[in-house]
Write a protein that binds this ligand. Structure first.
Ligand SMILES: C[S@@+](CC[C@H](N)C(=O)[O-])C[C@H]1O[C@@H](n2cnc3c(N)ncnc32)[C@H](O)[C@@H]1O
Length: 215
C-alpha cells in the first residue's frame, strides 16, 4: 500500500512491468540502485524489498519527492530521496542498477509541463524529450557491468532508444512487453495519434516495453 499526494503519478501497468524486471535482477545488500523519475517511489521500494541495500530516488516534482520520502519511512526502508532533473543530483556517482519509468507519452506540442500531473506523462511531440536525455545521461552513472532498465511505449519509438543506448556502449535488449488499454490521456489523444500515423483507426491499446542495457 503506497501513500500518494495529489498530482503524483499512481503506479500502474508500466510501473509493475518495470518492477518485475527490476526484481529479476540480482540485488544484494551492497547493490547501489538509482530510480530516476521515482513518482511515489514504487520502484525504489521494490528494489529495497528485493534486497538492494542502497537505493536513491530522484524526481523533479516536490510532491513526488515528499511522497517517496513518506512511503520509504512508512515501509521502513532507508531510501535516499533527492529532488532534481534526471541524473543531475548524482553526477559523478555510479550505480549497479539504474531504473526509470519516465514521461514518454507523445503530446500536442514540445512544451513540457512544469506543474500538475501531466508532468508525469507528457514528453513532447515525439514522446522522447525525457527518453533521449535518459539514453545519454543514464549510461554515464552506470558502474562497469551496470544495468539500465527503462520503460516506454512503442508510440515513442523503440528503435531510437535501442540505437541511442548502443551508441553509449550498452548491450541492449527488450526484456518485457505488455499490451495495455488506452487510459484517459491516450483515449483523448487517439485522433491526434491517428492523424500522425502513430496508431491505426480504432486502436485502443498500446504496447509498453522494458529495455535492459548492460554497460
Ligand atoms: C510516469 S511517472 C513514473 C513514476 C514512477 N516511477 C512509477 O513508475 O510509477 C514519471 C515521473 O517523472 C517525473 N519527472 C518528470 N520530469 C522529470 C525530470 N526532468 N527529472 C526527474 N523527474 C522527472 C514526474 O514528476 C513523474 O513522477
Amino acid at each position: 500500500m503506497l501513500l500518494r499526494l495529489p498530482g503524483v503519478y499512481p503506479p500502474q501497468e508500466d510501473t509493475w512491468l518495470l518492477g518485475d524486471a527490476l526484481a529479476a535482477e540480482k540485488l544484494r545488500p551492497g547493490s547501489q540502485v538509482l530510480d530516476i523519475c521515482t513518482g511515489t517511489g514504487a520502484l525504489s521500494l521494490r528494489a529495497a524489498a528485493a534486497g538492494a541495500g542502497h537505493v536513491t530516488a530522484i524526481d523533479i516534482s516536490r510532491r513526488a519527492v515528499a511522497t517517496t520520502w513518506i512511503n520509504a519511512r512508512v515501509q521502513r526502508h532507508a531510501i535516499r530521496v533527492m529532488r532534481g532533473d534526471l541524473t543531475a543530483p548524482v553526477r559523478g556517482q555510479r550505480f549497479d542498477v539504474v531504473v526509470s519509468n519516465p514521461p514518454y507519452v507523445p503530446a500536442p506540442d514540445d512544451v513540457l509541463p512544469t506543474h500538475e500531473i501531466a508532468r508525469a506523462w507528457d514528453a513532447g511531440v515525439d514522446g522522447r524529450l525525457l527518453l533521449d536525455r535518459i539514453c545519454v545521461q543514464a549510461p554515464g552513472v552506470l558502474a562497469e557491468s551496470g544495468i539500465l532498465l527503462v520503460a516506454q511505449s512503442v508510440l515513442s519509438g523503440v528503435e531510437k532508444t535501442q540505437s541511442m543506448l548502443e551508441e553509449q556502449g550498452l548491450t541492449v535488449e527488450i526484456v518485457a512487453r505488455a499490451e495495455i488499454p488506452f487510459g484517459r490521456v491516450l483515449t483523448a489523444r487517439a485522433a491526434l495519434f491517428e492523424a500522425r500515423g502513430l496508431i491505426v483507426a480504432g486502436q485502443c491499446t498500446e504496447e509498453i516495453v522494458v529495455f535492459r542495457g548492460v554497460k
